[in-house]
Design a protein around this ligand. Structure first.
Ligand code: MG
Ligand code: MG
Ligand code: MG
Length: 306
């Protein structure tokens, strides 16, 4: 029986590439694994797959009775609905400890680094398995994406080291330029609907009794949002109602200015303000200087409030 490997809902490049890279490694180690995904491929990931000639993993949303490895998440809110009926053989992740439970011992590769693919690179090294060029290229891009070309406060020396070594395998010298090319693709938000944009990199978190949804869009120039903010907020309101969420937040991250415009739709704006020690303006927005990481600079502060 094959084992499935997949990342979180609304998958990002780390989740998709991680499923592919970890599956390749596991197969080399004699396991029979199949990479899958829980949602649509975003434009950045599509660009990475195309650049290195890979097909997207197959879409699969139900895993009852299956053996699985999780990569890039360990929260029930980011899992398939029937995850409780699957057997989790292992987790490779770089997030906070989640709320998933298992019946049996499992393999855990969890490290506080900037990208799950950095951990997969370390696994390849640990098992002394060679990484094929195309997979190395995709892993390099996943690291550049998750660490925002090493600018994110989540980025560690291990990430830069892994990224450099992967670039060497692919034979790419100026890997930062590849990262920039990728972020310019990511900044093309005009061709997507407001709903697609809010959901492009969106995660729900269970905090106390509340569901808090937090989306993030990383661009090279925030002015691309000038004409569409009102529409984005409309979609955030709808998402809040539809999902019974307490709050829907959207981070518009400017990777050049290194900060984020926070848009809030919440039952309690005061809690959002307290979390970040700021005041929202009359449009329920605020500029958070230096804030680039949802994982490290947003979620822990919300957790404290809720
Ligand atoms: Mg991710
Ligand atoms: Mg990640
Ligand atoms: Mg990210």
């Amino acid at each position: 029986m094959a084992t499935y490997i997949f990342g979180h809902t609304t998958p990002d490049s780390d989740s998709i590439v991680g499923a592919l890279s970890l599956s390749y490694l596991k197969n080399q180690l004699g396991e029979d694994t199949i990479p899958t995904r829980q949602g649509n491929i975003n434009p950045e990931t599509a660009w990475i797959l195309e650049k290195f000639g890979y097909e997207a993993p197959q879409l699969k949303n139900s895993y009852a009775g299956e053996n699985v490895y999780l990569i890039d998440f360990m929260e029930s809110s980011q899992s398939p609905k029937d995850i409780d009926e699957a057997t989790i053989l292992g987790i490779v992740d770089h997030h906070k400890l989640g709320d998933l439970k298992t019946d049996a011992p499992l393999e855990m590769w969890v490290r506080p680094v900037g990208c799950s693919n950095t951990i997969v690179k370390q696994m390849f090294d640990y098992y002394d398995i060679e990484i094929p060029k195309d997979i190395a290229g995709m892993m390099m891009c996943a690291i550049l994406s998750d660490t925002v070309i090493f600018k994110s406060p989540t980025c560690t020396k291990e990430d830069t080291k892994a990224c450099k070594e992967l670039a060497q395998i692919v034979g790419i010298e100026d890997y930062k330029a590849v990262g920039m090319e990728m972020f310019i693709i990511k900044s093309d938000v005009l061709s997507a609907s407001p709903r697609e944009l809010v959901l492009r990199d969106f995660k729900d978190f269970n905090m106390g009794e509340n569901i808090i949804g937090v989306g993030q869009l990383e661009v090279v120039d925030l002015s691309v949002f000038d004409t569409m903010k009102a529409e984005l907020k409309e979609e955030m309101k709808k998402l809040k109602e539809e999902g019974g969420r307490h709050s829907v937040l959207l981070l518009l991250t400017d990777i050049m200015q290194e900060g984020s415009q926070l848009l809030a739709v919440s039952d309690e704006n005061g809690k959002i303000e307290n979390a970040f020690d700021v005041q929202l303006d009359s449009d329920a927005e605020v500029w958070l200087k230096g804030v680039m990481s949802r994982k490290k600079q947003i979620i822990p502060f919300l957790e404290k409030q809720f």
